[in-house]
Design a protein. Structure first.
Length: 336
């Protein structure tokens, strides 16, 4: 039987975690620093033990909601879609998941726990006392040649990439130290949300925090698309680590979308990732518009458990309340 034991974040621990083949950027020290800073949460690192042997690691953060301790690995709204476990080959993720509940409730004294592990499958959850949603993500394998990647896209997407070039769209890489990038991205993000009469779900400070925490690691690609006048019309934020690049966020001005800067950004990112020997591009979520890039949908369940039905209802009510607050804020802004 597996068990989780909380440990201190020593240098030796980080070194051991870096040897696991299933590691993601969301398990790294810079990313945990970003989430902790953005959410006011406390990181929780644990080893997965089988008897006296360490066979894996767990990554999460504890925050407070309604006065209750919540363990998120991660929580919805943290702009980080996966955390969960690092496990040695042959170690059951289902068994590790079974060990998570007593760790969260008994060892940490939490009232609620959520987990989204990139390598969990719906089958791992069968028969466990967990509520979960199928939350697929769209991925692109980067192992084919560049020509094969381009051919796998829809004909309309290929035309749009060519159109961007003919329209004079130029893609440039920005530095994480560039203070103007966050402002450009966020202004475009507001325009994206305004299309649906909404406002962004986070502030510009979260973008700045991501840049400051991940920038020094070198694992953050920031892209701008400029038009023929040199104006920035679209941006993309793309963390990467080990073998995967992630689409954390992208935005563009609606008035400039006919020149197809978004498709040009993604195409540049795919080619950039291949030159760094990355083998996967993960959109970190599934939307129909992503299919045009030749994606494959991968199910990544989002599972949760509460100590009591009341806590579960509070969680669901909070989620619904956030959506209502977002719409109300958008109406207030439009009325000004």
């Amino acid at each position: 039987m597996l068990r989780l034991r909380r440990v201190d974040p020593t240098a030796a621990l980080w070194s051991d975690r870096a040897t696991y083949d299933d590691r993601l950027i969301f398990h790294t020290r810079p990313w945990l620093r970003f989430v902790a800073e953005a959410q006011g949460a406390s990181p929780v690192l644990a080893v997965v033990e089988d008897g006296r042997d360490t066979v894996g690691h767990f990554t999460g953060l504890v925050s407070r909601r309604f006065g209750l301790r919540i363990l998120g690995s991660p929580m919805a709204g943290w702009t980080t879609s996966y955390m969960g476990f690092l496990l040695q080959p042959g170690i059951s993720r289902r068994a590790a998941l079974e060990a998570l509940t007593p760790f969260a409730f008994d060892d940490l004294g939490c009232a609620h726990v959520e987990i989204r592990d990139r390598h969990l499958t719906p089958g791992d959850l069968d028969g466990l006392a967990l509520r979960w949603d199928t939350a697929p993500t769209a991925v692109i394998s980067l192992t084919p040649t560049e020509d094969e990647l381009f051919a796998a896209m829809t004909s309309a997407c290929r035309r749009n990439i060519r159109k961007a070039g003919k329209s004079g769209i130029v893609i440039e890489e920005a530095s994480p130290d560039d203070p103007s990038f966050a402002a450009e991205f966020y202004d475009q993000l507001r325009d994206v949300f305004a299309k649906q009469n909404l406002v962004p779900t986070y502030s510009i400070d979260r973008v700045r925090s991501l840049m400051s925490c991940l920038g020094p690691s070198g694992n953050l690609l920031l892209l701008r698309a400029r038009d023929t006048t040199g104006r920035c019309v679209a941006t993309a934020v793309l963390p990467w680590h080990h073998r995967t690049m992630y689409f954390w966020g992208g935005a563009s001005y609606r008035a400039d979308q006919l020149s197809r800067p978004n498709e040009a950004l993604i195409w540049h990112a795919l080619r950039w990732a291949r030159t760094r020997s990355l083998t996967e591009f993960d959109f970190v979520g599934g939307n129909t518009y992503k299919a045009k890039y030749g994606t494959t949908d991968v199910p990544v369940p989002w599972a949760r458990r509460s100590r009591s039905p009341l806590v579960a209802r509070l969680r669901d009510t909070a989620k619904q309340g956030f959506a209502l607050k977002q719409r109300a804020t958008a109406r207030l802004i439009r009325a000004r």
